[in-house]
Design a protein around this ligand. Structure first.
Ligand code: FES
Ligand SMILES: [Fe+2]
Length: 372
């Protein structure tokens, strides 16, 4: 009889909100290059006011922005500064080293208990990440131990877009193969192998063809194999092999929650040196070898930003469906959701499994992805 309340009741089971805007994991903070240039960086990161600086030995500290003495804001626009590698508070001059410990004050010996709250950090190819744990708990797993080889590769191209979104939604696109065709217009999208889940790691591989129009008159066709390695919801690295030119690229996709509504979506790319292109596109073969990779990297970065802008309109305006009505072609959305559950532990560290909505159970999804 009351159609509004009936409709509301019917909608609720499908629309459970995502458990938290801040899933546990490693999240991008800044690059070493940016830190060397700015010396002291402050931002809202994972809903907190956080600073980072670097000392003369190259040690990086990512820490809480407020002084343990009487709470002054240590940010660079609030008077905080870095002097001989130490962060100096603008209020009474306490000095902190990159472990966060207060090591000097102007008027008395430093109190041992004066220590900044620090976040553990990792660095991969000059990209600096910090661990955000539920209730401040220690890292439960790690990013890849090794930085990828840099010799023979171009520098990094870094581009950040800020928009309303959630890192689970953006990461879900790496298993959502049908959107590659529908949103981005890729052809011949084929999954290669099965989705692999191993604890905090997930790998999703696929091939596709991308046809791009350049300046109205030229079309370029790229045949691509993409291997996506996901380490939690803040870190994905895609190895891209383009077969027609013989071009290898790396693309990091780094979603970082800002304040509970917005995310910073950072795309970082680099290209391998191209010595003997299999075909000559856009004058590539006439360029000196040292210019080919940076130019192709810039070109591919622009393409990636173009693709992300297509996704962004959808991400920024969508509603989360906790029980999506999937079709057969969707494949691995629910196994992906099952993988994600581990990043939302409660304060005791336990995880509530995600139940599958499609024809089966969480158990079947675990079997489908080879876990449990
Ligand atoms: S508040 Fe920082 S030194 Fe006093
Ligand atoms: Fe996409």
């Amino acid at each position: 009889m009351n159609s509004v309340s009936d409709a509301t009741r019917r909608r609720q089971p499908d629309n459970m909100p995502l458990p938290s805007p801040f899933p546990e994991g490693w999240y991008f903070f800044t690059t070493r290059k940016e830190l060397m240039k700015s010396k002291l960086i402050q931002k809202t990161w994972m809903g907190e006011n956080v600073i980072a600086w670097i000392d003369q030995n190259g040690q990086v500290c990512v820490a809480d922005s407020y002084c343990p003495h009487l709470g002054a804001n240590l940010g660079p626009t609030k008077g905080g500064r870095v002097c001989e590698g130490r962060l100096v508070c603008p209020f009474h001059g306490y000095e902190f080293d990159t472990t966060g410990q207060c090591v000097a004050t102007p008027f008395a010996p430093p109190p041992k208990t004066a220590k900044l709250g620090v976040f553990q950090t990792r660095e991969i190819a000059g990209l600096i990440f910090a661990w955000w744990g539920i209730d401040g708990r220690e890292p439960q797993w790690d990013l890849p131990a090794e930085s990828p080889e840099q010799t023979g590769w171009s520098g990094l191209k870094v581009k950040t877009l800020r928009f309303p979104g959630h890192p689970q939604d953006t990461t879900e696109n790496s298993v959502d193969l049908t959107h590659l065709r529908y949103v981005h217009g890729y052809d011949n999208v084929v999954r290669v192998g099965r989705l692999v889940v191993d604890g905090h790691r997930l790998e999703s591989d696929f091939d596709f063809r991308s046809v791009r129009q350049i300046a109205k008159f030229a079309t370029l066709t790229f045949d691509i194999s993409a291997i996506t390695r996901v380490y939690g919801l803040g870190y994905s690295c895609v190895e891209i092999y383009e077969h027609t030119i013989g071009m290898d690229l790396r693309l990091w996709i780094l979603a970082t929650p800002v304040d509970g509504k917005l995310i910073d979506f950072t795309l970082v790319s680099q290209a391998r040196e191209i010595r003997k292109p299999k075909r000559f596109i856009a004058g590539l073969g006439f360029l000196p070898v040292r210019l080919r990779a940076p130019i192709m990297n810039s070109f591919m970065s622009l393409q990636q930003v173009h693709d992300v802008r297509q996704d962004l309109v959808i991400w920024a305006n969508k509603e989360y469906r906790s029980r999506p009505r999937l079709c057969r072609a969707d494949g691995e959305i629910m196994p992906f959701r099952y993988y994600c559950a581990q990043f939302y532990p409660d304060s005791a560290g336990s995880v509530t499994p995600v139940r599958a909505a499609r024809n089966g159970s969480a158990r079947e999804d675990r079997e489908a992805v080879g876990v449990g």
